[in-house]
Write a protein that binds this ligand. Structure first.
Ligand code: FPP
Length: 246
């Protein structure tokens, strides 16, 4: 697999493609501001950019893509902006259902979606059901997601299982915790990407990123294109992952 990085042709090692890439899609607001557009237009451009990155992931054989679309902290934004993102999500989920089926993309949500409007919850369920047999790429959209909230919900479930006698507290090991997270069937991400020059994790996948590699891009999310994703994978491939060993 080749791509052009602006200077030279780069070859990606097809045997070392991350199985799971997680992305913090940051910078939509600044992208809109630079163009004197409302923030909502930035989020719309962000949703369009996501479509390009889905295609790029499929091209190189990434199996799981998790994107941070709405965090538990994003409720602090103005009602106008929240409504804008929710409207976008509504139309995106509807519009994307047919395309996902055609493109062989399996989609679901992570996070506590019970706080979203009922019609959105319903269309997410439909989308998950309609694409459940698809196999090329698994797209996980993080909605009302926070790593700490996910761990809190996980602890609650495990306590309930202990109280009901389903498991003993002495049974609790790392795999029981992993299984009770929203990402129970998803391998941990090998690569986490954040755009827009910010270098923070912002409550994203706190348990799952224990051994992830990080790639920070100065590009604003709507400007992040296929070649930027390939560049991130190339940088990942040239790192030496030791998992605490030598
Ligand atoms: C961060 O940019 C982005 C978000 C909080 C929302 C992400 C949403 C999308 C990419 C579009 C919707 C997604 C789907 C799946 C429909 P920011 O607003 O924090 O940007 P800023 O830091 O420049 O203000």
């Amino acid at each position: 697999m080749f791509y052009f990085n602006g200077k030279e042709e780069i070859t990606l090692d097809s045997d070392n493609i991350p199985k799971h890439i997680a992305i913090i899609m940051d910078g939509n607001g600044r992208w809109a501001k630079k163009r004197l557009l409302p923030r909502k237009a930035g989020h719309k451009a962000g949703a369009d950019a996501l479509e390009g990155i889905i295609d790029a992931c499929k091209k190189i054989g990434v199996k799981h893509l998790t994107v941070y679309a709405f965090s538990t902290e994003n409720w602090k934004r103005s009602q106008e902006e929240i409504d804008g993102i929710m409207d976008l999500l509504r139309s995106y989920v509807k519009k994307y259902t047919e395309r996902a089926k055609k493109d062989d993309v399996k989609m679901d949500a992570i996070g506590d979606i019970t706080r979203l409007d009922l019609d959105i919850q319903e269309s997410i369920k439909n989308l998950t059901e309609a694409t459940k047999d698809k196999d090329t790429l698994n797209l996980h959209i993080a909605l009302n997601y926070g790593g700490r909230d996910e761990i809190r919900r996980c602890v609650k479930k495990i306590c309930e299982d202990v109280e009901s006698g389903k498991i003993l507290s002495s049974d609790i090991d790392e795999s029981i915790i992993s299984k009770n997270l929203d990402t129970s069937d998803i391998p941990d991400p090998e690569l986490v990407i954040r755009t827009s020059g910010e270098e923070r994790i912002s409550n994203f996948l706190l348990w799952q990123i224990a051994y992830s590699e990080f790639y920070f891009s100065d590009k604003l999310w709507p400007d992040f294109k296929e070649e930027d994703l390939f560049e991130a994978v190339y940088k990942y491939q040239n790192r030496n992952r030791r998992f605490g060993g030598r």
